[in-house]
Ligand binder design. Structure first.
Ligand code: 1GP
Length: 232
């Protein structure tokens, strides 16, 4: 069984975006610790399955980040289940999770399920609009959400999500301090376009997530793996 605590870097691939075989091979052989399949828009069972089969040819963990019940399918190593800490809509905290347990609970292997406590810090991103996380948390709020995830709920993952926008490094540093005393793994994702940014966030986050840059700036995105792994 894979242990996210040992990871430093992951690439998040969007099933709704095109990636050719050559780039996919370079991404999967880059030394990244895992591929997370997930997105907020146009994610279907068909495009999830297609991407899973292509990633599966490579010997690294392949994770589905579940954004809707329709795309849940066997075949992934792990299933990341987001619970949005800073939403006002209960559906995104326990509502959809309850439906999933009711519908598929008996079929699921609990060892493969990993809850991510999401703090969505960029209210302009699609995930924020979709889940009703519309108030921008400041650094103090982010610290409180980190405590909520790490100290109170003791979740496996705290995910500071700035999707599409590079985040507040000081806030990440404070969250890292808080979570260093816990068993919660700190994921940072959002707006990483360069190796320098990856290295900067990699000083604080346990795991740095790189998404859009794979499609927009592939050469630079590939350099983020070594940058994170060399950051301390
Ligand atoms: C999105 O955190 C990930 O869920 C990565 O964000 O696409 O901005 O790299 P970017």
């Amino acid at each position: 069984m894979y242990n996210v605590r040992e990871w430093r870097h992951v690439f998040k691939l969007d099933p709704n975006k095109e990636i050719d075989d050559e780039l996919l091979e370079r991404v999967c052989e880059s030394g990244t610790d895992a591929i997370v399949v997930g997105g907020s828009d146009g994610v279907t069972l068909d495009n999830v399955l297609e991407l899973m089969v292509r990633v599966r040819r490579f010997p690294l963990p392949c994770v589905l980040e579940v954004s809707s019940l329709e795309v849940v399918t066997p075949g992934f190593d792990l299933y990341f289940i987001p619970a949005v800490l800073n939403t006002t809509e209960a559906d995104w905290i326990t509502g959809l999770h309850f439906e999933a347990m009711k519908e598929y609970g008996e079929l699921m292997n609990p060892d493969e399920l990993v809850v991510e406590g999401y703090c969505i810090a960029n209210p302009e991103c699609k995930a924020a609009k979709l889940t009703g996380a519309l108030k921008r948390p400041d650094a103090e709020d982010i610290s409180a959400y980190a405590r909520l995830a790490g100290h109170l709920w003791k979740l496996p993952i705290f995910y500071l999500e700035y999707s599409g926008k590079y985040g507040d490094v000081k806030a990440a540093q404070k969250a890292a301090d808080i979570l260093s005393e816990t068993k919660t793994t700190f994921f940072y994702g959002g707006g990483i376009k360069t190796a320098e940014q990856a290295k900067e966030m990699g000083q604080y986050a346990d795991v740095v997530v790189v998404g859009n840059a794979i499609y927009d700036f592939p050469e630079e995105a590939l350099k983020t793996v070594t940058a994170v792994k060399n950051s301390v």
